[in-house]
Unconditional design. Structure first.
Lengths: 511, 444
C-alpha cells in the first residue's frame, strides 16, 4: 500500500476516516459518513477568544497530562477561518466559508503517545483530554513540567495586503480574469475551473518544556484547470500558485499568467500520441518536477520509519547514496513559501536541513518523538494538519540544489528518451522505496530535441535506484506548490532544477 | 442536545435571515484509534467531534458555510456568512433542494456494542493480531497493528420540509509487517473493517494474509517489455473502477469532461462487465438510508453486459440534465457541499475460479498492486505501476515488481475475457478476479 501520497489533484472534497498505523504504512478506510471526524475543515478570522487561554490554565492542563508519568506533554490550540470560491463553466458555482476551532493534548511516554482533543475549548474539556491522553503513561516515571513562558521564534512570512481586509468582490475579479484569459487563449479551450482558497490559521502552543508560542499564518491557494477538446481528443491541465501571503500574491503572478500556462498545456497535449513503454532516459523540467524527489527520497528520509528500523534509508547515515551532483535540502524558512512554517507544530524553530550533501546522506527529518528515539537533533519537521491530528515528521519546502549544467545542454546531450514538463503527482512506499509518479505533459526526446507530445504515463522506480541514476543537474532551480498526504494533509512546495535520470521505467501503451 | 430541534430552529432562522431555501446538515461523530507496535502501545487517540453545514439559496444563488461551534452566536454568524456568500455566486435555476421523501430502511448500520467493549480488550486485539503476524518466521519487522472504531450521526433538515437522520458505526482491526532479504524489503498489510464488532474476521486470518503479502514478494525478477495478459486481483479493481465511476459522474458528463459522455445505452466494454451500485445492502460499509442531501438510495445497474445504463446524479446535476436524482449525492461531512459518488459498487461475479483464470493464462501478470491514478476519466488514458506474479503456461513462476501497464480504457475494458466468481461484497468497491486478454507491459 502506497501511503505517502503527494496529491496532484486539488484538495479532496471528501476524505475518509483513516485509522492509520503510525507513519501511515497501512491505512484502514472507514465509510465516508464518518469523514468529518478527521476531515480538514477551513476557516480563520481574528484569533478567537477561545485561544486566549491564560498561561496558568495551560500549566495546569500540562501538569494534569503528566500526572500519571510520561516524558513530554503539550497543548495545541487552533482556530482556522477559510474561504473557497469555485467557478466552473464561467459561472460562480459556490462560495464556502468555514470556521473551525479546537485543542488537543498530547503525552509522550517512552515510545508511546496519547492524544485527545476537544472542539469546545474550555479548561474542563482540556483537563478531560489531558486525562485521556495520560492513559499511555500509566506506571511510568514522574517528571515535573516547566512553567510556560513566551518563547522567541523567527518569522519568515510577511504580509502586505491582509486577506481579512480584502473584499470578496476582489477575489471574484481575480477569478473572472483567469477564466477570461483561459477562454481567450484558444477556441478549443472548452472549459476552465477556477478555485480560489484562502485561510488564516491561528495556533497557540504550550509544552512541558516551558515553551509558549502563538502565531497566525495566512495562506492563499489559487488553482486554474482548463480542458481542451478538438472533437477527437481532450486534455485537462492544471496550474497553481500558493504562498503564505496576503492578496499581493496576484501582483507577483497575475491570474492571466496562471490561466495561460494551463491553457497552453491543454492545447499542446491535444496532439499527444501513445507513449512508449519500458526503460528509458528521462529529462525533467525544473520546478514542480521536484515532486519526484519529494516522493522518492523525501518521504523515506522522514524519521518515523527510520526510528522503526524499517525505512528504506535505515542505517545509511553518512553513506554515499547518490551521485556527487545530488544535494537535497528541506528548508522551512524560504520567505513566504507555501511549505514555510516559522516554527513547527511542536514549537521547534524551522530551519534549513541538508539531507543529502553531494551524494552523502547527512540527515533525517525529525519530530520530537523520532528525535528522542534516534538520539538526533530536532529539525523542525513535526507538523500536523489540524488539532485533530498528532504531529508527525513532514517535509516543508524540499528541493534538489542547483547544479552547473545549462538546461538546454542537458536536453541536447540526451539522444533519446522522455522529456517531462509537468506531473500530476505521485506516491511512495517508504519501506520498500518503490515510488511512482504520473506525467501530465511529456514529449519524446529524439536526437537531443523535444519532438512529439505523448499521453500521460506513469514513471516508476526505487528511491535508491533513482538518485544514483541522476547524472545531470541544471542551474535553473524552481519550485511548485502542492498538497502532501500521509494520513493527514500538509502544505508543501517541491523544487528542482532540470535534471536527467538515466533509465526509469515508463508506463506507455506502445512497445 | 436535541439535534432535530436544533436543525428545525436553524432552518427557520435561516429563512428569517434572508435565505430563500436552506439546508442544515449536522454531523456528530466519536472515534477511537489504538496503534501498537513491537508488543506495546504506540498511540491512543480519542475524540468526539461535530459541526453544522449550511447550504442556502438566495434568488437561485448558492452559498455554503460551516462551523464546529454550536454556540448560538457562532451558528448565527456562520448562517449570515452563507447568505452573504450566496449573493456573490451566479444564479442557477438548477439550484434546488430535494423535498421530503420516505427513505429506505437499511439494516445493520449501527452496532452500539462496539463502544461497550473495554479499552483493554481492544488493545489486546491489536497486540494479538501483531503477535500472530510476527509469529510467521519469514517476517522480520512489524510496522504496527491497530484497532479503530467510530460512530456518527447525520441529521439533514431543509426548508422544503425534510427532517431525517441516521446513525452508523464502524470498527476495524489491521496489521502491517515487513519481510526482508539483504537490502530488499516488502510490506504486507491487511485489515478487516465492519459495521458490527461481531462480524470482524478472525485475527489469525487477518495476520496470515498480511504476512503472506510481505513474504510472497521476496526475490522479484524483471521481465522484458512486451504485450501479455493482465489479471486483476480483487484488491486492485479500484484502479480500473475509479476512472469509470468518475466518467459516469453526471456533472462531469454535463461538462463534457468524460470519455463516456456520449455512450449512454451503447456498448463500451466486454459483455462480461456488469456494474451495480447498491446503497441498501444490509451491514454494507457504504450503505445508508439516504444520500448526502436526504434523497433515498437504491440499487441500480450502471453497466449491463458491457452497455452503459446509468449516470450518477445529485439533485442539482439531475435537474440540469433534465432527470431525477439517482440518490448519489456524496458528502465529505458537514464541511462540504454535496458532490456525486457511489455507495457499495461492485462488478457482478462471473463463472471462473481465480485458479482457473491463472491456469488458462499462457503468459501474463497476476496484478497484486497498482500505483498511479488509474483511468483518466477525461480521455480514458490508463497507465500505472505494477507488482504481482508472473505467469507462464498457466503457472505462477515468480514475483515481479517495477513493471508498468498501460492502454486506452476502451481497449482494456473490451478485452476483459474472463470474469471470476470470487466476489467479496464486504468491500465498498468490489470486483472478482478478472482478466484482460492483452495489455502493454513495460519492463526491462
Amino acid at each position: 500500500m502506497d501511503s505517502n501520497h503527494f496529491s496532484g489533484r486539488s484538495l479532496p472534497r471528501r476524505k475518509f476516516l483513516e485509522y492509520s498505523l503510525k507513519g501511515g504504512l497501512a491505512i484502514v478506510a472507514a465509510p465516508p459518513l464518518l469523514s468529518s471526524v478527521f476531515s480538514c475543515s477551513g476557516p480563520g478570522r481574528d484569533i478567537l477568544p477561545a485561544l486566549d487561554m491564560d498561561k496558568a490554565t495551560l500549566d495546569r492542563v500540562i501538569a494534569k497530562a503528566l500526572a500519571q508519568g510520561g516524558d513530554f506533554a503539550d497543548v495545541y490550540l487552533e482556530s482556522r477561518n477559510s474561504r473557497q470560491i469555485i467557478m466552473e463553466e464561467s459561472r460562480f458555482r459556490s462560495g464556502l466559508y468555514g470556521i473551525s476551532q479546537g485543542a488537543g493534548v498530547r503525552v509522550i511516554s517512552g515510545d508511546k503517545t496519547g492524544y485527545a482533543y476537544t472542539e469546545d475549548i474550555t479548561e474542563e474539556n482540556l483537563m478531560r483530554a489531558a486525562e485521556v491522553a495520560s492513559y499511555v503513561a500509566r506506571n511510568s516515571k514522574l517528571v515535573t513540567p516547566v512553567n510556560i513562558a513566551e518563547a522567541e521564534r523567527e518569522s519568515f512570512v510577511t504580509v502586505v495586503q491582509p486577506l481579512e481586509a480584502i473584499e470578496d468582490i476582489k477575489r471574484i475579479e481575480m477569478m473572472e480574469r483567469a477564466n477570461q484569459a483561459a477562454l481567450d487563449y484558444d477556441p478549443r479551450i472548452r472549459m476552465a475551473l477556477i478555485e480560489y482558497n484562502d485561510q488564516v490559521r491561528s495556533r497557540v502552543l504550550a509544552t512541558s518544556e516551558g515553551v509558549y508560542l502563538r502565531d497566525e499564518l495566512p495562506m492563499l491557494f489559487f488553482i486554474v484547470q482548463t480542458m481542451s477538446d478538438d472533437g477527437t481528443n481532450r486534455h485537462m491541465s492544471r496550474e497553481r500558485i500558493s504562498e503564505h501571503s496576503g492578496f499581493e500574491l496576484f501582483e507577483k503572478e497575475t491570474p492571466e499568467s496562471v490561466a495561460r500556462r494551463a491553457a497552453r498545456e491543454s492545447i499542446a497535449m491535444l496532439e499527444a500520441e501513445d507513449a512508449p513503454a519500458g526503460m528509458m532516459d528521462v529529462v525533467m523540467e525544473n520546478g514542480w518536477g521536484g515532486v519526484l524527489i519529494h516522493e522518492a527520497v523525501g518521504h523515506p528520509l522522514e524519521a518515523d520509519n527510520i526510528a522503526k528500523g524499517i525505512g528504506a534509508f535505515t542505517g545509511k547515515m553518512g553513506e554515499k547514496v547518490a551521485t556527487d551532483l545530488f544535494t537535497m535540502v528541506d528548508d522551512g524558512t524560504l520567505p513566504n513559501f507555501r511549505g514555510t512554517i516559522n516554527f513547527d507544530d511542536e514549537g521547534t524553530q524551522a530551519q534549513r536541513n541538508v539531507l543529502i550533501d553531494k551524494g552523502v546522506l547527512q540527515g533525517y527529518m525529525t519530530d520530537i518523538l523520532s528525535a528522542r528515539q534516534l538520539d538526533l537533533p530536532r529539525t523542525g519537521n513535526g507538523r500536523r494538519e489540524s488539532f485533530r491530528h498528532i504531529p508527525i515528521p513532514r517535509m516543508t519546502n524540499t528541493f534538489i540544489e542547483a547544479g552547473k549544467d545549462r538546461p538546454e545542454d542537458i536536453l541536447a546531450d540526451t539522444k533519446s528518451g522522455l522529456f517531462v514538463q509537468s506531473l500530476s503527482g505521485g506516491s511512495v512506499n517508504p519501506v520498500t522505496g518503490m515510488f511512482n509518479f504520473t506525467c501530465r505533459e511529456a514529449y519524446l526526446i529524439e536526437n537531443g530535441r523535444k519532438t512529439v507530445p505523448v499521453k500521460g504515463a506513469t514513471l516508476i522506480g526505487s528511491c535508491l535506484g533513482v538518485i544514483s541514476s541522476i547524472d545531470a543537474v541544471g542551474n535553473d532551480l524552481d519550485f511548485g506548490p502542492g498538497i502532501c498526504g500521509k494520513g493527514q494533509m500538509a502544505e508543501v512546495t517541491a523544487g528542482q532544477p532540470t535534471v536527467r535520470i538515466r533509465g526509469i521505467n515508463v508506463g506507455g501503451s506502445r512497445a | 442536545m436535541n439535534y432535530h430541534d436544533l436543525a428545525g430552529r436553524l432552518v427557520s432562522r435561516g429563512r428569517r435571515l434572508g435565505a430563500g431555501e436552506i439546508e442544515v446538515y449536522i454531523q456528530n461523530s466519536r472515534n477511537l484509534s489504538i496503534q501498537v507496535r513491537n508488543a506495546d502501545i504506540e498511540t491512543i487517540q480519542e475524540a468526539a467531534a461535530g459541526g453544522v453545514g449550511f447550504r442556502v439559496l438566495v434568488d437561485g444563488s448558492m452559498g455554503f458555510s460551516h462551523c464546529n461551534d454550536f454556540s448560538d452566536k457562532s451558528l448565527t454568524e456562520t448562517l449570515e456568512r452563507a447568505i452573504a456568500f450566496a449573493r456573490l455566486t451566479t444564479p442557477d435555476e438548477h439550484n434546488v433542494l430535494p423535498g421530503e421523501m420516505p427513505h429506505t430502511y437499511v439494516e445493520g448500520l449501527y452496532d452500539p456494542s462496539i463502544a461497550a467493549v473495554s479499552m483493554d480488550k481492544k488493545i489486546e486485539m491489536a497486540l494479538e493480531v501483531e503477535a500472530l503476524a510476527m509469529g510467521d518466521e519469514r517476517i522480520t519487522h512489524s510496522s504496527g497493528a491497530s484497532f479503530g472504531e467510530g460512530d456518527s450521526e447525520v441529521i439533514i433538515a431543509n426548508s422544503r420540509g425534510m427532517m431525517k437522520s441516521y446513525r452508523a458505526s464502524v470498527c476495524s482491526v489491521g496489521v502491517s509487517v515487513v519481510a526482508e532479504k539483504g537490502d530488499e524489503r516488502h510490506t504486507g498489510w491487511e485489515f478487516s473493517s465492519r459495521r458490527n464488532f461481531g462480524d470482524l474476521e478472525p485475527l489469525d486470518e487477518i495476520a496470515s494474509r498480511a504476512a503472506k503479502k510481505a513474504w510472497e514478494m521476496l526475490d522479484p525478477r524483471m521481465v522484458p517489455t512486451q504485450r501479455a495478459s493482465v489479471i486483476f486481483d480483487p484488491a486492485v479493481a479500484r484502479s480500473l473502477l475509479g476512472g469509470i465511476i468518475a466518467a459516469i459522474n453526471g456533472e462531469r458528463v454535463l461538462q463534457g469532461a468524460s470519455f463516456l459522455k456520449d455512450m449512454m445505452d451503447e456498448r463500451f466494454a466486454s459483455s462480461l462487465l456488469t456494474i451495480i451500485d447498491d446503497g441498501t445492502r444490509p451491514k454494507g460499509m457504504s450503505s445508508k438510508p439516504f444520500d448526502g442531501e436526504g434523497v433515498p438510495v437504491g440499487k441500480r445497474t450502471l453497466v449491463e453486459e458491457g452497455v452503459l445504463r446509468g449516470f450518477l446524479y445529485n439533485t442539482q446535476a439531475a435537474r440540469r440534465a433534465g432527470t431525477e436524482s439517482t440518490g448519489n449525492a456524496s458528502r465529505g461531512g458537514f464541511t462540504s457541499l454535496p458532490g456525486i459518488g457511489t455507495h457499495n459498487l461492485y462488478v457482478a461475479a462471473g463463472r471462473h475460479t481465480p485458479e482457473a483464470i491463472i491456469a488458462n493464462t499462457n503468459r501474463g501478470i497476476l496484478l497484486k498492486g497498482v500505483t498511479g491514478y488509474g483511468i483518466n476519466p477525461v480521455n480514458g488514458n490508463y497507465s500505472g505501476g505494477a507488482t504481482g506474479f508472473w505467469i507462464e503456461n498457466g503457472q505462477i513462476i515468480h514475483p515481479v515488481q517495477g513493471l508498468t501497464i498501460a492502454g486506452a480504457a476502451s481497449d482494456i475494458l473490451n478485452n476483459i475475457d474472463m470474469m471470476g466468481n470470487d466476489l467479496d461484497l464486504n468491500r465498498s468497491l468490489a470486483a472478482p478476479t478478472f482478466r484482460i486478454s492483452e495489455m502493454q507491459i513495460g519492463g526491462a
